[in-house]
Design a protein. Structure first.
Length: 83
């Protein structure tokens, strides 16, 4: 995960990351996808959807664990979804 100063344009940050990857390609594992796959999200953007999950039969800690280990990874694979 890379984080940038919020005053930096997300498009400029993306260009900087791409440039750094190209400059250091020889140091990266040879089995990485080419070009590397990444997602960009702008934390300043308002969420389109906020989700709340509850259970009458499981403790909150177990619900949180299920969301973190099963639901969130699947949702984050959808195009356009930031986590």
């Amino acid at each position: 995960m890379l984080q940038f100063n919020l005053s930096l344009s997300i498009d400029v940050a993306e260009e900087e990351v791409q440039s750094a990857i190209k400059r250091r390609a020889s140091f990266l594992p040879s089995d990485l996808p080419a070009p590397p796959v990444y997602n960009k999200t702008n934390p300043a953007d308002a969420p389109i959807l906020t989700m709340a999950i509850t259970s009458d039969s499981m403790p909150l800690s177990q619900v949180e664990d299920l969301v973190d280990t099963r639901l969130a990874p699947k949702i984050s694979q959808l195009s356009g979804v930031g986590w």
